[in-house]
Write a protein that binds this ligand. Structure first.
Ligand SMILES: *[C@@H]1O[C@H](CO)[C@@H](O)[C@H](O)[C@H]1NC(C)=O
Ligand SMILES: *[C@@H]1O[C@H](CO)[C@@H](O)[C@H](O)[C@H]1NC(C)=O
Ligand SMILES: *[C@@H]1O[C@H](CO)[C@@H](O)[C@H](O)[C@H]1NC(C)=O
Ligand SMILES: *[C@@H]1O[C@H](CO)[C@@H](O)[C@H](O)[C@H]1NC(C)=O
Length: 465
């Protein structure tokens, strides 16, 4: 079949947009919703946009799944007294993105000499947490999980400096399975930044890009996750910790380097894990080790790529974006100018090359029913006021990856709702066309996201949670 000529395809889409515009002027959104195919618009009731205050968590469907909750939501076990504002959260998110782009190895030539080199990624605050057990007898801890970090750590006694956390601090002396790792052990070489104590035990140190830090002993103990006991799990027992951890007890590293949980448990779980991030803060998702969370036949995959300069991260190839059921046809050069695309659990908002974001925003605004605009919210510049509506309808957005994976985003993966009067397109453009494309956790909501290091592929399945 011959491809349509440029003229005929653009006049075709012009007719389409005129058609949708005239339908929309009827101001009858339910009519539009009824006529539109599922992929053209996402319609939700306005009630569902009101922030939840009560947790409606359901029991874990299977004991092999860890329950995932949003750190800021009513299901979080952590105190929410000092929750950051939306603007603060988005500012921290930008700090994480900046720090990933500035990781020393990621910076090409001349840039490296002009930018302050930060020691690591920023942790961010828009994260999801799970509960893990450590030691014998087991103690439970709420930790942030992060696909952009490798080392797992928790705050530990003796605490030379610790920030305040929800649970009692882990005391190695109370665990019969705890052991130090000696400096001569090959395990000590797994650390990027290590040193040796006077008693020849291996010490680790991590400085994150937002000035958060953790220092302490690199140790081993029994880890309990999803009902499984993993003997001799290696992690950081943090004796000096400071920064913006928001009362989480520590961090679970799900990156790709040897010290990460995924690689350490590779024999047991086959280097596969999956998670689902709940669309609403009052709901729960899951983290599954060793399996692909949801119904296998519904999962579509894209190849998992590796960037030797950023070995922790999960790289993929985005090839296009669809808005309102139609692909934008973003030129491949826009994507190849970027240093690559990563899927990250710790970045909130998806970052696109500037030209890709421009095309997305233009099409989205064109197809957006006539809601009044609202002021920009930090990095989000396309915001709307949904006050007084019963239902809200927005153009569907899908991410199209190499190899045929099309991820049709949930409403909550398209719109970041600060409140009903300020709800924004949840994407941002990078300043520099060479910066990394990052698929953030807002866009991943509701999907069963599968990280398969054995078969080198990343999958997205619908209706994960
Ligand atoms: C919380 O979640 C349930 C679904 O699990 C939903 O029906 C309810 O409206 C939600 N909202 C609030 C404000 O709790
Ligand atoms: C581990 O090493 C620390 C010193 O770094 C020491 O105080 C502690 O007793 C050691 N624990 C065990 C179980 O060997
Ligand atoms: C961690 O150790 C480094 C030196 O190894 C030190 O400069 C830093 O202050 C320590 N961090 C904390 C929180 O004590
Ligand atoms: C909505 O959120 C924005 C940003 O947090 C805030 O400036 C605005 O006052 C809020 N509006 C209402 C009605 O709460």
């Amino acid at each position: 079949m011959a491809p349509p000529s440029a003229t005929s395809s653009s006049s075709f889409s012009l007719v389409l947009s005129l058609l949708s515009l005239s339908l929309l002027t009827l101001e009858n959104l339910s009519l539009v919703a009824a006529r539109a195919v599922a992929e053209e618009y996402r319609v939700v009731s306005a009630d569902s946009l009101i922030p939840a205050t009560v947790c409606s968590a359901q029991k874990a469907a299977s004991p092999s799944k860890l329950i995932v909750v949003h750190r800021r939501g009513p299901c979080s076990p952590l105190s929410r007294k000092s929750d950051p504002s939306h603007a603060d959260l988005l500012r921290h998110d930008q700090a994480r993105v900046d720090s990933i782009n500035r990781l020393p190895a990621a910076v090409a030539g001349s840039l490296a000499t002009t930018l302050p080199v930060t020691p690591g990624i920023a942790l961010g605050v828009g994260n999801y947490i799970v509960s893990i057990g450590l030691g014998t007898p087991r103690k439970d801890f709420s930790v942030v999980f992060d696909t952009g970090s490798d080392l797992t750590w928790i705050q530990c006694n003796p605490c030379q400096s610790c920030y305040s956390q929800q649970d009692p601090i882990f005391d190695p002396a109370q665990s019969t399975t705890y052991a130090n790792i000696s400096c001569s052990s090959s395990f000590c070489n797994e650390l990027d930044d290590r040193s040796c104590s006077s008693s020849s035990t291996c010490q680790y140190s991590v400085r994150y890009g937002d000035q958060s830090q953790t220092n302490g002993s690199f140790v081993q103990d029994t880890l309990t996750v999803a009902g499984d006991e993993i003997a001799g799990f290696r992690y950081g027992c943090g004796h000096q910790n400071s920064g913006l951890f928001g009362r989480a007890d520590g961090l679970l590293g799900l990156g790709r380097e040897p010290v990460s949980l995924v690689v350490q448990t590779g024999q047991k779980y086959g280097m596969v894990f999956s998670y689902c991030l709940p669309p609403r803060s009052n709901g729960t998702g899951y983290l599954t080790l060793g399996g692909s969370g949801g119904a296998a036949r519904e999962i579509q995959y894209t190849p998992l790529l590796t960037n030797p300069k950023l070995p922790t991260f999960y790289f993929v190839k985005l090839v296009d974006i669809a808005v309102g059921g139609q692909r934008l046809g973003i030129p491949p050069a826009v994507f190849s100018a970027s240093q690559g695309a990563i899927v990250d659990s710790g970045t909130v908002i998806t970052r696109l090359p500037p030209a890709a974001y421009d095309q997305l925003r233009r099409k989205f605004q064109q197809l957006m029913p006539s809601y009044p605009r609202a002021p920009a919210l930090s990095i989000l510049d396309t915001c709307y006021d949904f006050t007084g509506r019963q239902t809200v309808s927005v153009p569907a957005v899908a991410l199209v990856f190499d190899g045929g994976l099309t991820a049709n985003l949930d409403f909550k993966g398209i719109i970041y709702v600060a409140n009903v009067s300020q709800a924004c397109l949840a994407f941002a453009g990078n300043d520099d066309p060479a910066d990394l494309l990052i698929v953030g956790n807002v866009q991943q909501r509701t999907f069963n996201v599968v990280y398969d290091l054995a078969s080198l592929r990343i999958g997205f399945g619908p209706n994960g949670c």
